[in-house]
Design a protein around this ligand. Structure first.
Ligand code: ZN
Length: 424
């Protein structure tokens, strides 16, 4: 399928002439042959995958195709190089800060570079899940942490926002701004997103860690107890953490390992200070973004370490027009947002005024327990009136505090305006 996609004659082009098939998919001709000629971009059928330069078409379809391609690619072969080009295009120019992808409702997919509107972001839940799928396969192909950086961001933000905290309501689309019109619902006529979230959450361990012949790879320190097979022998270990609320974790071996067994811990792109070892040996080296701890390990051996999570302000490439004059906040792998109910006013009125490091507060009663980030800013004077425009009289702005919550947890307290990129 991967090798055939994009070659001519295309089976999809033939399908366009099949009256019965088009009766079942009456929307298809509009995507595949918008000007009367077959393009195939919607299905990534515009060119053989080895020749792809950018991500185009339906976002979920693209992710699934590139997952399959990554599974058969060999390091350095033409297929791998094409995947690298598309990955670079996607992650440099076509991804939301939440890991959401595919801005357009029209094709449920990609448009052009830096076209990332916030309020109308389509950013289908399945597309963020698909990005996590593809990221994991690129990670397996290369062993490079930069794929895990994107994978983790997509899982914990743009994908996880697709489900309510109680697991009963779902988003199909995941905008980064709302005026209160966007609500999760119990189900969809096209119900792809709910089971996609279910299988992602159900298989989270496969994204947090993996095993190779010589190493246990910890991509992010989710708490776990696991038994892995090393050279045919079982190795048991456990990880204790409060991730992603804290970056500190302990890893303890509950059985001996072979002599040459390594533990490789990812140093995320968001962790500028690097992995801090609190107890145990220092890493022998950092390779491809992973701190390498050499064995052998004996039962009872522990590694205690931390990934410092200082909150930070992020700015955007100026070509993302929606984000002009705006900043957003992140702490560790989580992107934060401001909800109306935490400000007492529409977040669109909030202007952050001090870019000091926000204070972090643990709120056990809020949203099943989250860290909030407190920032200082001003509120634009209320300007609601009969006419949309008026002469500015330079009214003084009122100074306020705002508590931001993790993006994945928004819209769990009823209809509510929200904004990720704050005016600054
Ligand atoms: Zn979906």
């Amino acid at each position: 399928m991967v090798r055939e996609r994009g070659r001519r004659p295309s089976p999809f082009e033939e399908e366009l002439r099949d009256v019965e098939a088009m009766r079942l998919s009456p929307w298809m001709p509009g995507f595949l042959a918008p000007e009367g000629t077959y393009s195939g971009e919607y299905l990534q059928d515009h060119a053989p995958v080895e020749e792809h330069e950018t991500v185009v078409g339906h976002a979920v379809r693209a992710m699934y195709l590139y997952c399959a391609a990554a599974e058969i690619a060999k390091p350095g072969d033409p297929l791998h190089l094409a995947l690298e080009r598309c990955w670079k295009n996607l992650t440099n120019k076509r991804v939301y800060v939440t890991g959401g992808i595919g801005p357009s409702e029209h094709n449920e997919g990609f448009t052009r570079d830096y076209d990332l509107p916030n309020r109308t972001a389509y950013a289908e839940t399945c597309a963020a899940v698909g990005l996590a799928f593809w990221g994991r396969r690129m990670l397996e192909l290369t062993g490079a942490s930069r794929y895990a950086d994107v994978m983790e961001r997509a899982i914990l933000n743009g994908a996880l926002s697709g489900v309510s905290l109680d697991g009963t309501l779902y988003f199909y689309t995941n905008p980064l701004e709302s005026h209160g019109e966007h609500q999760r619902v119990p189900w969809f006529g096209c119900a792809c997103c709910p089971p996609n979230i279910a299988r992602l959450v159900g298989s989270l361990a496969r994204y947090a860690a993996s095993i190779s012949d010589e190493a246990f790879w910890l991509h992010f320190p989710a708490g776990m107890e696991t038994e892995v097979e090393v050279h045919g022998e079982p190795v048991r270990l456990s990880i204790k953490s409060d991730y992603p609320w804290s970056g500190e974790f302990s890893l303890e071996f509950e059985s001996d390992t072979p002599e040459d067994f390594e533990v490789r811990v990812r140093v995320p792109d968001w962790c500028e200070s690097g992995l801090q070892v609190l107890s145990g040996q220092d890493p022998a080296q950092v390779e491809n973004g992973y701190a390498v701890f050499r064995g052998p390990w004996r039962k009872g051996d522990r590694l205690e370490a931390g990934l410092p999570m200082t909150p930070k302000w992020l700015s955007s490439d100026s070509r993302v027009l929606d984000n002009a004059g705006r900043m957003c906040l992140a702490r560790g792998p989580l992107i934060y947002c401001l909800e109306e109910r935490d400000l007492g006013s529409a977040p669109q009125r909030f202007v952050s005024s001090r870019f000091e490091v926000p204070s972090v507060g643990w709120k056990p009663e809020l949203l099943q327990g989250v860290n909030v980030l407190r920032v200082v800013g001003t509120l634009d004077p209320a300007t609601e009136g009969e006419v949309p425009y008026r002469t500015s009289k330079g009214e003084a702005n009122e100074e306020v505090f705002a508590d931001l919550v993790p993006y994945f947890a928004w819209n769990n307290r009823g209809p509510n305006a929200m904004q990720v990129w704050l005016r600054s």
